[in-house]
Unconditional design. Structure first.
Ligand SMILES: Cc1ncc(COP(=O)(O)O)c(C=O)c1O
Length: 395
């Protein structure tokens, strides 16, 4: 893969993303080969909505979880059929709910009383019954934080006591298939999953009994982590075995997962040329052509993507603070050990950027170019998008 990336950097002179879709294809086939018929994996589109990625998922029979009209349109354009679409997200206006019903999205996750009322009305006005899951947000003892909220109170769904006040028989146009609960992201430790899922499942089973829901589906969301540092990775096999144990213990019919990071993170790279190298007040600094305008995650969660140079040099390494081009100290891509003889004009290669990379970034600040996106697909190199200058979007 390094050879392909080396060749691409010789042909390009600006930052770009590279996705190994053949690697993604093998990963998806491996997941499929393990899956129990009553454990279903959806792809959380927000991790990376690139059309070619969605196509590979579709070819492998994976459905997609969308969280906006843009994601819905993108998934449809990539060929996903209504039965292969579900929708989550706290911001569902009546207009958006109608669009989802136009698109015949198979299951809509309800996250508020207004969503419940609005969707019931939209479905009723069409004389239809819409499949839904109710999103539950649990209270946790821990004070741990997570981008999904963890133990904090967030807009994602409603608490157990909030749902208990709802009389579901008032919503005749909704078919409640079950519950949805997801609060913890990027978990690498199986025993942590065991604790989180056991608590989640037992509370959801009790709530379903209270609400008299015949729980056909429990959606546990995403959260399977990838390791951005050195060390072991979570395997799908071990996660799946844990799910089967819990499924049996709690007599669950179907378990759903919506996997973003675990599906695509490992299959994306981000390449950027080095613009400057300098010593500043005793520190080695590097300034790169692209930064958090292309990969914002390091600034958002204070965790760098793994980084190396493309050279196979055996030169001793030293630590460089790597900064992007924006006029804010937030544009920091991490401290990285790189060969001492790295020069201006060399490329930096950031790995594991397939998830929460480009579309989670802040591309407009300072009017730099948007990066190109290039894929390896069935052995061929495909340019999904060339880089785009600010003249095309500034008014
Ligand atoms: C509702 C929902 N499902 C799934 C995911 C994907 O999570 P992950 O990337 O941890 O698999 C997210 C991420 O924010 C989410 O909000």
């Amino acid at each position: 893969m390094n050879d392909i990336i080396q060749t691409l950097t010789q042909k390009h002179d600006a930052p770009f993303f590279f996705y190994d879709l053949d690697g993604l294809d093998r990963h998806l086939k491996e997941i499929k080969s393990i899956l129990h018929p009553e454990v279903k994996v959806w792809y959380a589109c927000k991790a990376n909505p690139l059309s070619n990625i969605l196509r590979v998922l579709n070819e492998n029979g994976f459905g997609v979880d969308v969280a906006s009209l843009g994601e819905l349109t993108q998934a449809q354009a990539a060929g996903l059929k209504p039965h292969a679409l579900i929708a989550t997200g706290p911001a569902k206006s009546k207009k958006y709910l109608s669009k989802m019903m136009d698109a015949q999205v198979s299951t809509i996750v309800i996250e508020s009383i207004n969503q419940l009322k609005d969707l019931n009305e939209v479905a009723g006005s069409r004389g239809l019954k819409q499949n839904v899951l109710l999103r539950v947000q649990l209270a946790w003892d821990e004070s741990l934080k997570s981008v999904l909220g963890g133990s904090s109170i967030t807009p994602f769904g409603l608490g157990v006591e909030d749902w208990k006040k709802v009389n579901l028989s008032e919503y005749a146009h909704l078919e409640v298939l079950g519950l949805h609960c997801f609060q913890w992201g990027n978990i690498l430790d199986l025993s942590k999953f065991a604790t989180i899922w056991e608590n989640t499942i037992s509370q959801c089973v009790s709530l379903a009994q209270y609400l008299k829901i015949d729980m056909k589906v429990l959606d546990l969301g995403g959260g399977l982590g990838v390791n951005y540092q050195e060390g072991t990775e979570l395997t799908f096999n071990e996660v799946h075995s844990l799910l089967l144990t819990l499924k049996e213990k709690y007599q669950l019919k179907e378990i759903w997962l919506e996997l973003g990071r675990f599906t695509v993170a490992n299959f994306g790279s981000y390449l950027t040329p080095i613009i400057d190298i300098k010593d500043v007040r005793g520190k080695k600094l590097m300034v790169t052509e692209g930064g958090i305008n292309h990969i914002a995650r390091p600034a958002l969660v204070n965790e760098a993507f793994p980084c190396s140079t493309l050279s196979l040099s055996k030169e001793a390494t030293e630590t460089f603070s790597v900064h992007g081009p924006l006029c804010t100290a937030l544009d920091f891509l991490g401290d990285h050990k790189l060969p001492r003889n790295t020069q201006v004009g060399d490329w930096l290669h950031f790995k594991k950027v397939g998830a929460y990379g480009f579309t989670e970034s802040m591309p407009y600040f300072l009017c730099h170019d948007l990066p190109g996106e290039i894929c390896l697909y069935k052995g061929d190199i495909i340019q999904s998008r060339t880089s785009v200058t600010s003249a095309s979007w500034l008014s």
